[in-house]
Structure formats: C-alpha cells, structure tokens
Design a protein around this ligand. Structure first.
Ligand SMILES: [Zn+2]
Length: 256
C-alpha cells in the first residue's frame, strides 16, 4: 500500500468511526457502510457484517470497479451470483467479503467530484423516510434554511424502497442520472424510502458534514411539523444561497 492509499484508508476509518458513534444516532450495530476511491481502478468499501463504530483496517476491502460496475446492467442475478461477484471483485482474495451495497458505492464513486460515500440509517432522517411518500418528497425537494443548502445541496435524490443489493444500485443509478440531467451536477444526498441515507462528497469531511446537517435538518423538519410547518425557502432564496460567493467560502470553512 502506497502513502496516498494509506492516507485515504486512515481518513475513511476515521469517517466510519465518526459516523458510527452511537450518541450521534446515525448507525448502530452493523448498520451503514462507507467507501472511498483509491485510484482509477480500485476503491475501499466496508466489509459485510462489520460495524462502523469500531471498524478495523482489515475490514476495509479494496475492490475493482471493473468487476462490479457491469452488474448495474444485468437484468437479474441470484443471491449466489451476487455473492460470487462481490468476492471476485476483491484485489486481495484473503480480505473479507465486501458489503452487498458495494455496487452502489462503486457507481457513486464514478461520478465527477465524488471520492467518498457514506451510507447510514439516521434516526430523524429515517423517521421522515418511513412516514410515506409525501413527507419524504418534501424533505428531499425543499430546503428549510441556508446551512442545509451549504452542506446538503439545493435538492436531494429520492429513491423508493428497493430490496438492498443489485436492484437498489440500479435504481439509485437511474434516479441519479435523472437528477444530473436536470441539475447538471451530482447530488450531495440520496434518500432511500424506508431504508436510509447516502452522502456523497469530494472528501470525508464533506460526507460527514452532509450527514450531520441532514440529520439536524430532519430533527428541525419534525419539530416544525408539530407547529404547523415546516416552511420551505422559496426557489429564489434557495438559488441565491446556492450561488452566493460567500456561501462557497463558508462551504470551504465548514469543510462541506
Ligand atoms: Zn442500508
């Protein structure tokens, strides 16, 4: 492992531990997974069955993009075939099996400007994503306050509930492609109904910031709902924050 790969591995371990801290309500037990691009050919992803809170170096598995990306185009696969493909994608066959969600990680890491992905099941975000289509869509498409736009982007992708694995990765790709077509940039956040949350970013800091801010926003959304809200910012106000140079400065300062 070269120095750059070592640095990336250490940063990803730190992100995993930060996301897994129980008091943050983002993930418990084996929930969630993280990944980062190592180079053009390979990426690191959390091993199946490991836990974010105490993830060990040996539980970040190096996988080849070229072995996983073709799965996105297959019509159907049995669970045994998926398992075989996951095992075959490892650079070092003595490493553990990568998470079944490695396929959507591989896809998201191919998007421009995205080098790190963090998937969690945050309590407040999931309270909204388990409350049905209308609440989930409002949470994804509206914005409530400026820092939400700074850290989470002006809009999020919403994905319906899909069986985790290859089919979920395929639907995430469909929805992200539709988003990029419309917004001309990749999303910072992807919300999966009745399942969880994905943050994508250029660094571990930006993934952590987007995750914390989304969970805070979800708490505010739920709190405001008890008082007859939440009130969305107007599209003009959202666009204004999104394009202000001082917000970009703040984005850099907040490392998001
Ligand atoms: Zn999940």
């Amino acid at each position: 492992m070269n120095d750059l790969h070592r640095e990336k591995l250490n940063a990803l371990l730190k992100l995993s531990h930060d996301l897994g801290r129980e008091e943050r309500d983002l993930a418990i037990l084996g929930e969630g997974n993280t990944s980062c691009r190592l180079d053009q050919e390979t990426f690191l992803v959390k091993a199946s069955g490991s836990s974010l809170a105490n993830l060990q170096e040996g539980q970040l598995v190096a996988c080849r993009f070229a072995d996983l990306l073709p799965l996105l185009d297959l019509e159907s696969m049995t669970d045994a075939e998926v398992e075989k493909a996951l095992l075959a994608s490892r650079v070092d066959p003595t490493q553990p099996k990568p998470s079944v969600e490695a396929v959507f990680h591989a896809y998201l890491l191919t998007l421009p400007g995205i080098d790190v992905v963090g998937h969690t099941h945050p309590i407040a975000v999931n309270s909204i994503l388990c409350a049905g289509e209308a609440a989930s869509r409002r949470f994804a498409e509206e914005r409530r306050f400026p820092d939400e736009i700074v850290c989470c982007g002006a809009k999020s992708v919403l994905v319906p509930y899909i069986d985790p694995g290859i089919r979920l990765a395929q639907v995430i790709r469909e929805q992200v492609e539709a988003f990029v077509e419309k917004e001309n940039r990749p999303p910072r956040i992807i919300l999966i109904q009745s399942h969880g949350f994905i943050a994508c970013g250029a660094s571990t800091n930006s993934v952590f910031a987007a995750t914390l801010m989304a969970e805070k926003t979800a708490r505010i959304f739920i709190g405001a709902a008890t008082l007859g809200g939440p009130t969305a910012l107007t599209p003009e106000n959202v666009a204004r924050i999104d394009s202000r140079p001082d917000e970009h400065y703040r984005q850099r300062m907040l490392k998001c």
